[in-house]
Design a protein around this ligand. Structure first.
Ligand code: CU
Length: 479
């Protein structure tokens, strides 16, 4: 039987569990990687995708998924999987009320499926794990963009290979904007910056090392595909859209030394919070988005501020990036005291109970990563629900032996977090969410309203190695 620490090493950790991994001394690299001191490369900003054509209602894009190369380390070419050759993928900017149509061509060697994470859309466009595009094939996705503005993201979701595909690069940000949000006067343009956080393992030649449940070796942190970059900023306010697109790694982020610099949280998975929440650190687990306004005008020119991951299990995974305050700049942006009314999801009339659990097995290759003690079966319906109904889900993480956190992602609808271990949540968790972390031995209650779009949708752990290993279920919604 594998010992607990060996499982933790395989499956990753966050929060309290990270203290365990540190004690056990895991996280050492399996192979030497190109050595680069932190903050020696500039932050890459993914380009904004250009539509191939537009008409009165829709922006049309054509995207090719293929193996290409990226210069992650200066002078080295790394093989990656990309959407249109970009690592990470180009940012798609969409406007509420205008549709986005994307023709996705699969020129990789394996089936793929494109999921728009956080989007409210019909099953045919959801990127369900079994709705795959075979190699050489293509599929048209239509995104209605009827929901309010939010930071969404698109990534691979092919059954069992989503973890490897996302790890190799099939992920990008999708920013949905709305008129009400634009009128608030938040920082925009070059001062509205995507920050895609992830970890990786590289070999000595600078190539990605992939191993399912290979968390312990992934000790190179990337932001927008740059290893621990620096970012030159002006002494003014910026809006940062943090996305954790790592497979399994959670972060607790703090800016600057000591207790940390105040950050004004304004958004979560579902877009703007009811009101800004000022914090000096915040948690972000795989799949989650957090939007924060940081005001650099309080610092003298020449100040350097490190963004630190306070739950890094080894020194290498603590420094995330550095902000260098280099110049002054005019700033007419503001952070209003109220942002967006809290959504009314109604009263819950249906209750569900979901258990997340990893089963200990003698052989690590046989790890059973389960929901309700069952591995994902695309031919099985796990839950049945009715459209037009509000539900309360109690999600329990029973991995007390292993001490592994899990997080739950629902497709189709976003939800409110009612409480965690009986206590109300704060910070970015006060907004609409589609992904929520459940600590080992803990539980979270969420309230969700299923409004429209009949069909079968998945819900799963968004630590992608866990979902690839079976921690996923299916909800069938009927009228
Ligand atoms: Cu999990």
């Amino acid at each position: 039987m594998l010992k607990r620490r060996e499982f933790v090493k395989l499956l990753g950790a966050g929060g309290a569990a990270l203290a365990l991994t540190s004690e056990c001394g895991v996280g050492s690299r399996a192979a030497a990687i190109p050595s680069l001191p932190p903050f020696s490369t500039p932050l890459h900003i993914p380009p904004v995708a250009r539509p191939e054509r537009t008409d009165g209602t829709t922006d049309f894009y054509r995207v090719k998924m293929a193996e290409t190369q990226a210069e992650i380390f200066p002078g080295l070419q790394t093989k990656v999987l990309t959407y249109n050759g970009e690592f990470p993928a180009a940012t798609i900017r969409a406007q509420r009320g205008r549709k986005v149509a994307i023709t996705q061509q699969n020129q990789t060697k394996q089936p793929t499926a494109v999921h728009l994470h956080g989007a409210h859309l019909p099953r045919k466009d959801d990127g369900h794990p079994m709705d795959v595009i075979e190699p050489g094939g293509q599929r048209d996705y239509l995104y209605p963009n009827t929901q309010l503005g939010a930071t969404l993201w698109y990534h691979d979701h092919a059954h069992h290979t989503e973890a490897e595909h996302v790890y190799r690069g099939l992920a990008g940000m999708y920013i949905l904007e709305d008129e009400q949000e634009k009128a608030l006067g938040l920082p925009e343009g070059e001062f509205d910056v995507p920050l895609l956080l992830r970890d990786s393992q590289f070999d000595a030649a600078g190539q990605l090392v992939w191993m399912l449940a290979g968390f312990a070796g992934r000790t190179t942190l990337l932001v927008n595909g740059s290893p621990q970059p620096y970012f030159e900023v002006a002494a003014r306010k910026y809006r940062f859209r943090f996305l954790n697109c790592a497979n399994d790694r959670s972060y607790t982020l703090r800016l600057g030394d000591g207790k940390g610099v105040p950050m004004h949280l304004i958004g979560s998975d579902g877009g703007l919070l009811p009101a800004p929440v000022t914090v000096t650190s915040f948690d972000i687990t795989p799949g989650e988005r957090v939007e924060a306004v940081i005001d650099f005008s309080q610092f003298p020119i020449g100040t350097q501020l490190t963004l630190t991951n306070d739950i890094g299990e080894v020194e290498d995974v603590k420094p995330v990036m550095r902000f260098d305050v280099l110049r002054t700049a005019p700033d007419t942006s503001r952070v209003p005291a109220t942002l967006r009314p809290r959504a009314d999801l109604g009263e819950a009339t249906v209750e569900r109970d979901i258990e997340m659990h990893v089963e200990l097995t003698p052989n690590p290759a046989d790890i059973k990563s389960t929901l309700d003690r069952k591995l994902y079966d695309p031919n099985r319906i796990d839950q049945r629900g009715k459209l037009g109904t509000t539900e309360m889900w109690t999600i329990r993480n029973t991995d007390t032996e292993l001490g592994i956190p899990h997080n739950m992602h629902l497709h189709l609808e976003q939800f409110h977090i009612i409480d965690r271990n009986g206590k109300p949540v704060g910070g970015h968790e006060t907004g609409l969410k589609d992904t929520v972390v459940i600590p080992p031995g803990g539980n979270v209650r969420i309230k969700v309203r299923f409004t429209e779009h009949a069909g079968t949708f998945v819900y799963h752990c968004h630590m992608l190695d866990h979902s690839a290993l079976g921690m996923m279920g299916q909800l069938e919604l009927t009228t």
